[in-house]
Design a protein around this ligand. Sequence first.
Ligand SMILES: [Mg+2]
Ligand SMILES: [Zn+2]
Length: 225
Amino acid sequence: MIRFFVDFDGTVTEDDVVDKMLERFAPSAWKVIEKKWAAGAIGSRECLLEQVRMISAKPDELKKLLAEVNVDPTFLDFLKRAQGLSLPVTVVSDGFDLVIDAVLKNTLGNWLAGHPLPVYCNRLQWNSKGLELTFSEPASCEHGCANCKPGVIRRLSSAKDTVIFIGDGNSDRFAAEAATLTFAKGKLLDYCRKKGIRHEPYKNFKTVEEWLVKQPLRKESHAVL
Ligand SMILES: [Mg+2]
Ligand SMILES: [Zn+2]
């Protein structure tokens, strides 16, 4: 079966919401930590713990920022197409549930009320001191990830599946290596080219939908329906 795993920030959304939060609510030193992570010197768990500690925002300020976030206008059509063919789509993100839940509700709430979209990500909560970050897996993986994308892919798929990953950035490097085929843009596209990872460049989810309708899976999926 084809299983889609989809990055959130910069892939489902037009901008990276985590970066937007840091730009607005943290001192510019967050970029020093970001560079260490991009260079592979630290894992995303250490990176995000340090960065979240730097954020000073009030709940209503964050809410305002989240209301400004747009999703790829072609994402919903892709989702409908995949769900119509009974092909699972899972969001796998190294971002935050507080952000993802709000953005999806703001933008696709009507559709998602009847068609749940599973999301695997990190947990961000308000406590008396500000924002608190926790992880769904207590121990870190070999990459030092906050939320290990290839780990989620391995847990949710079998060797018989065709795993399609869709992403855009540095947080998708390990997932691309675990997928059968990766749709890549931005920094992830550079990485896939450099490492010889099987990939298709894409602009938005329209490209992925066009690929999907060309696959000889429709008969098999209709039999399932
Ligand atoms: Mg991304
Ligand atoms: Zn990992």
